[in-house]
Design a protein around this ligand. Structure first.
Ligand code: HEM
Length: 536
């Protein structure tokens, strides 16, 4: 049985009891278990007098209430999810030693959390925003968290830009207004960091508002590495394809729907037994091919603003997962879930993508802050391994996996077991370096190839018109005309047609192109004047 329930049952009988609590058999008590006749019996002096400090029941109630909130996620605060099961359909032992992909029919429990990115915990599910798509695979070799998005590319390739970009999505420090009212910060960032244009076009095009969570795909976005038991490795991009198909909502429709649209849709589908499924697929590339695509096509596999051409690197199915169990308790099973891109079992490794490398640090760091030192011990985060896990991480706030009397140091008297190396890190750590470092903060002609293909080949005429209307609508909330002039010049590099149409829609004339521009965030590798190239 690979359900979340069985996972909880085997790992944490206490949580299983909590999950199955029934009111009928429960007796009302204070937190220390003393039965109370009624919750509304506050002690006061006489009929109209002040309250008594000895009224532990009231103080117990209020002081716990005062501490009910944990910090919301700094990004991806609004979300929801469910539990389910992954099953391997097409094993790939020749590519990876990861046990979940080792045999047909091999299963493991999963927990998935979907989210929007910029909004606060109570914000609208149908915001025009990328969607988070985080999957915790509880493999028998430990947890693998695939912390993915619903779009194949990202706004940036330099991790130092992430807090800046995110702050443009949040409230203004002074007016406390969000981008719903004022998009000035947003366009200021984008017109100074043109490598964002590919993601911006996806965001403002038809794929910007997915129809709930069941009808969207997931992408690793980053390049990962798959390593087999002979220490041979390939680069990999992971896709999670909705088996329901992909569906999107227009700007107009979204305004009419509930702020909790996606949450309701997923919960109700699972409750009525209409379980959504995703096909898990990989694209792979050898290190030699990675050098070639850089040399010939100027695609750097460590640059997440570009995609791997699917004709050249076809997708290959490895398995699928179904979501068939709603959370019984949202806080315990979804809010406290902690997904970390650094959680990888043997056979799956990070690539040198600088944004991925930074995420490996950032997630567990925020988890210790958001949930606490022992967050990995919570039932939703705990691994479900084929062996009894042991380590030397002890004590701390709220520890409840205390490892009994086992020694807290590497003891020779009472040794624990070690498993032989699955893959040899010495052999797998060679990698193609390309020009990733200089590439980080420089805009080049090839950066416009992906968005140009969207405009010219992927979109039909109505889709182009919707993009222009969405973009002009958003630009109308920007207070600085100069940002729009610059942004139009960036779109002109994608296709002059976009610029002309936006000029008409906004009434603002953009610059000719980016050759004459300096950016505060990006070196202009296309500048006509060498001084502008490093204007920042
Ligand atoms: C959530 C940081 C880029 C996908 C988060 C959180 C942080 C963060 C701090 C909150 C985690 C929590 O409280 O549990 C960063 C940084 C990035 C970055 C520093 C770049 C430097 C990305 C990218 C993707 C992504 C490129 C997609 C490939 C997600 C998802 C969540 C998330 C799906 C929500 C996970 C959940 O549902 O709990 N990110 N992020 N992030 N991030 Fe990122």
């Amino acid at each position: 049985d690979h359900s979340f329930t069985s996972h909880v049952a085997s790992q944490f009988s206490a949580y299983e009891k909590d999950r199955n609590l029934q009111s009928g058999s429960a007796l009302y008590t204070t937190s220390n278990g003393v039965p109370m006749p009624h919750p509304y019996e506050t002690q006061r002096v006489g009929e109209n007098g002040p309250l008594l400090l000895q009224d532990f029941h009231l103080i117990d109630l209020l002081s716990h209430f005062d501490r009910e909130r944990i910090p919301e996620r700094v990004v991806h605060a609004k979300g929801g999810g469910a539990h389910g099961v992954f099953e391997c359909t097409h094993p790939i032992p020749e590519l990876t030693a990861a046990s979940l992909f080792s045999a047909r029919g091999k299963k493991c429990p999963v927990t998935v959390r979907f989210s929007t990115v910029g909004g606060e915990a109570g914000s609208h599910d149908l915001a025009r925003d990328p969607r988070g798509f985080a999957v915790k695979f509880r493999t028998d070799d430990g947890n693998w968290d695939m912390v993915a998005n619903n779009t194949p590319v990202f706004f940036l390739r330099d991790p130092a830009k992430f807090p800046h970009f995110i702050h443009t999505q949040k409230r203004d420090p002074s007016t406390h207004l969000s981008a719903t009212d004022d998009s000035t910060m947003f366009w200021d960032y984008l017109c100074n960091n043109p490598e964002s244009v590919h993601q911006v076009m996806i965001l403002l095009g038809d794929r910007g508002i997915p129809d709930g969570w069941r009808f969207m795909h997931g992408y690793s976005v980053h390049t990962l590495k798959l390593v087999n038991s002979k220490d041979e490795w390939v680069y990999c991009q992971l896709h999670m394809k909705s088996m329901q198909g992909a569906k999107f909502i227009t700007q107009e429709e979204s305004a009419k729907l509930s702020p909790d649209y996606s949450q309701k849709d997923l919960y109700q589908a699972i409750a009525r037994g209409d379980f959504p499924k995703w096909s898990v697929e990989v694209q792979t590339m050898t290190p030699k091919q990675a050098e070639d695509v850089w040399e010939k096509q100027r695609i750097n596999v460590f640059d997440l603003t570009h995609v791997w051409p699917q004709g050249q690197f076809p997708r290959r199915k490895v398995g699928e997962f179904i979501l068939n169990e709603n959370a019984v308790n949202y806080f315990a099973e979804i809010e406290q879930a902690a997904f970390n891109p650094a959680h990888m079992p043997p056979g799956i490794e990070p690539s040198a993508d600088p944004v991925l490398q930074s995420r490996l640090f950032s997630y567990p760091d925020t988890h210790r802050h958001r949930i606490g030192a022992n967050y990995q011990q919570l039932p939703v985060n705990a691994p479900k391994t084929s062996f009894a896990p042991a380590n030397f991480q002890r004590d701390g706030s709220m520890a409840f996996f205390n490892q009994g009397s086992r020694s807290a140091y590497l003891s020779s008297i009472d040794p624990i077991r070690f498993r032989a190396r699955t893959v040899d890190l010495h052999k797998t750590h060679g990698h193609f370096t390309g020009e990733a470092i200089t590439f980080l903060s420089e805009i080049r002609p090839e950066d416009f190839n992906g968005p140009r293909a969207l405009w010219q080949k992927v979109w039909d005429e109505p889709a182009r018109q919707r993009f222009i209307s969405n973009t002009a609508g958003n630009m109308s909330r920007c207070r600085e005309k100069e940002f729009i002039r610059r942004q139009i010049s960036i779109f002109r590099e994608v296709d002059p047609d976009i610029a002309t149409r936006l000029e008409k829609a906004t009434g603002i004339q953009g610059y000719e192109g980016i050759a004459g521009l300096g950016f505060n965030g990006t070196h202009n590798g296309m500048a006509s004047d060498a001084r502008l190239r490093h204007a920042n």
